[in-house]
Design a binder for this molecule. Structure first.
Ligand code: FAD
Length: 657
């Protein structure tokens, strides 16, 4: 039937887990001709990852669905550590709360991976017709070196096979009181309506067929056993340890006082991690057994020997004298801890690997899904802009450099953290846990990204921000601040304002525009940026567009520091208030760092946080992923242009230069 149909696509994404969907979001946003396939018949509905760090939530805000996570998820800010008191009881140590918790608009949240996939799928659909092709497996791979250098060439050939439903059933399991029967399945009673729709659609029969697809770029997001990684001969290096863990998502029946709070419970034989979740659920990570060191080193672990009853028994023993039982189990599994990383995340300049495909570790650090999505986010916009003909292919080389270092830090964190669950006792364990959390906190929360110097990141030698914007450090995220819109007083966090739509943003920190000199500096700057000084090749008219999405790959916004009552929207230069005869003015380009009495988050201290002089201001270029690429003074248009020239594709002569 229908075999070996041939087709072409600019970008092929293999795997529609969190990293693949994140990469696909950018394809949808930038109008790229792309395909995304997954061998599973449906998306994930239960289980797997559940922890969301603040930086990931900031990215969700920039995409536009953070509010959905907030509505459904569970916030977990404080941690409690329960230890034996030596008299047969457990006592609470804590609560422990990070002193840096307010450095992001968002606190850590917990919500199952299936819902995050839902929100990503909805965002993709909102912006394009791109659909995940489910039940489609990548089977064979060829690379044609002869067209490697041709930007219009399709060096990648992949054979896809659509699996029939008999070969790939949707995996519905009924959950009843005898929970031992439920393993990694879907209990229909727990499904939310928008997920049900997918399962109903899935019930349509599919015929088996194959397709030969040629692609310019390939992003392998196909998980820990990555098929793509194997095709390009990149190994996963590392080891497994000798500990077997059980993980259960249950609605607990327990008199343990902190069953609804994040924390740990320690016992002589190990430590349980307690994670409160949506819909009255709790996730428990439970040490189940230690296997022979020799078996562990050979990677042997018989998962079928671990049962739900066994895990429940371990929880009851560790929780004693408190009770523990459940009637509802949403999901459970058992796993062996291992830390593995690929030596490189790319092959040549056309093939990239993201997420679990290139790094795996124990799930207890709660970073698997976060790191995977952040990988997909990083490579996604770069491939999208290159495929759109808007950015130079050389930027693709920054993916490996930016993400590999962070994956190494992830494994380091995991080694420190996981060891604490099996070694040490009571108080010293609590102290060590807090120490490790504090040591890795800036990395884990994504407050520091540590992106090094490249064409995308113009760093100063001392790794600091320039004198004009001391805390605007190239390679780091734009420090979030809540601002007021000049025209209507509405408030918005910069995480939302710097929307992930594919464009670079020149953020003009216009300073105190009440003074004539500052007003003049702003006017001169905007004339240089736009065509209005008659100069050919001005920044806003210099680069190729994102065809079908934006005429200009650069957006400009201004944030001034004067009290909003003392300047008016119409005082600002025209490029900051574009006019359309039908739609009227665009009001959302002029913002104000001014305190607001009805919202304490909007405290008018943005300039201080950014290390910027309130009178003189500064200028910053923010990459499409909200990381700072360049920062300097308002008059440094030539340097800013050189920065952008190294990244973007200039319009050809007949297009206007
Ligand atoms: P995945 O989510 O694994 O997605 C890969 C996708 O690729 C899959 O949908 C797969 O079907 C598809 N695929 C694979 N091969 C092919 C092919 N040849 N053709 C087409 N499609 C293919 N993380 C936590 O933070 N906490 C946890 O408690 C936790 N528990 C986990 C339990 C299990 C059983 C698993 C498997 C993972 C768990 N994780 C956990 C890890 C977390 O789910 C991952 O870090 C995250 O899902 C990685 O996202 P990804 O998109 O890179 O890979």
């Amino acid at each position: 039937a229908n075999d070996n149909v041939e087709s072409k696509t600019d970008v092929l994404i293999i795997g529609a887990g969190p990293s693949g969907l994140m990469a696909a979001y950018w394809m949808a946003r930038c109008g790229i001709n792309a395909r995304i396939v997954d061998k599973r018949g449906t998306k994930v509905f239960t289980g797997q990852a559940d922890g969301l760090r603040s930086r990931t939530l900031e990215l969700f805000d920039s995409i536009g669905f953070q509010h959905r996570v907030h509505q459904e998820g569970h916030v977990a800010v404080e941690a409690n550590f329960w230890v034996p008191d030596g008299k047969g009881n457990l006592i609470r140590q804590g609560p422990h709360c990070s002193s840096k918790v307010n450095e992001s608009p968002f606190r850590n949240m917990l919500l199952n991976q299936g819902r995050i996939e839902r929100f990503l799928l909805d965002s993709i659909q909102e912006h394009s017709d791109l659909q995940v092709e489910r039940g489609v497996i990548a089977e064979t791979f060829e690379y044609h070196n002869e067209v490697d250098d041709d930007p219009m060439g399709y060096p990648i050939t992949v054979k896809l096979r659509t699996l029939s439903d008999e070969a790939n059933p949707p995996g519905l399991h009924m959950a009843g009181p005898n929970q031992s029967a439920v393993a990694s399945g879907v209990a229909p009673g727990n499904l939310l309506p928008d997920d049900w729709i997918e399962l109903i659609a899935k019930s349509k029969a599919k015929e088996t067929k194959t397709e030969i697809i040629k692609a310019k770029y390939l992003i392998g997001c196909d998980g820990a056993h990555s098929w793509t990684r194997k095709q390009v001969n990149i190994p996963l290096e590392g080891s497994t340890t000798d500990h077997i863990w059980g993980v259960i998502d249950v609605v607990p029946i327990s008199n343990f006082p902190d069953i609804r709070r994040l924390g740990t419970v320690t016992h002589a034989s190990g430590t349980i991690l307690v994670i409160p979740r949506e819909r009255n659920m709790v996730r428990l990570y439970v040490p189940v057994q230690t296997i022979e060191a020799s078996a562990a080193s050979e990677g042997r672990f018989d998962r079928s020997k671990i049962t739900l009853e066994m895990i429940k028994g371990r929880v009851q023993a560790i929780f004693a004298p408190y009770t523990f039982d459940f009637q509802i189990c949403d999901w459970w599994t058992a796993y062996q801890i291992g830390q593995r990383i690929a030596p490189t995340f790319s092959k040549g300049s056309r093939i990239f690997l993201a997420g679990d495909a290139v790094h795996t570790h124990s799930p207890k650090v709660g970073l698997g899904m976060n790191m995977s999505m952040q990988d997909g986010f990083n490579i996604g916009w770069k491939v999208a802009l290159v495929a759109a003909g808007a950015a130079q292919a050389s930027i693709l080389g920054t993916y490996d450099a930016e993400r590999h270092r962070l994956a190494e830090m992830l494994l380091d964190f995991d080694r420190h953290w996981s060891g604490l669950f099996t070694d040490g006792d009571g108080e010293s364990k609590t102290r060590n846990m807090i120490k490790v959390v504090e040591l890795f906190e800036d990395f884990a929360e994504g407050r520091n990204s540590f992106y090094g110097t490249s064409e995308l990141v113009w760093k100063l030698e001392n790794d600091e921000g320039p004198p004009a914007a001391r805390h605007m450090i190239p390679g780091e995220r734009f420090p979030p601040v809540k601002l007021r819109m000049q025209a209507d007083g509405n408030l918005r966090w910069t995480t939302r304002l710097l929307e992930s739509d594919g464009r670079f943003r020149v953020v003009i920190l216009a300073g105190d525009v009440r003074t004539a000199t500052q007003k003049d500096r702003l006017l001169v700057l905007t004339q240089h940026l736009s065509k209005s000084d008659g100069k050919q090749g001005a920044v806003l008219d210099r680069y190729a567009p994102i065809v079908g999405c934006f005429d200009c790959v650069i957006d400009v916004i201004a944030i001034h520091s004067a009290p909003w009552t003392e300047v008016e929207f119409f005082d600002f230069p025209e490029i900051l208030r574009p006019f359309d005869p039908v739609q009227g003015w665009k009001y959302d380009k002029v913002w104000c760092d001014d305190a607001c009495i009805w919202d304490r988050d909007c405290d008018g201290k943005g300039y201080e946080r950014w290390g910027v002089d309130r009178l003189l201001g500064a200028m910053v270029v923010v990459r499409p992923d909200q990381y700072i690429g360049w920062a300097g003074e308002l008059q440094e248009v030539d340097e800013l242009t050189r920065y952008l020239d190294g990244i973007l594709i200039q319009k050809t002569a007949n297009e206007g230069l």
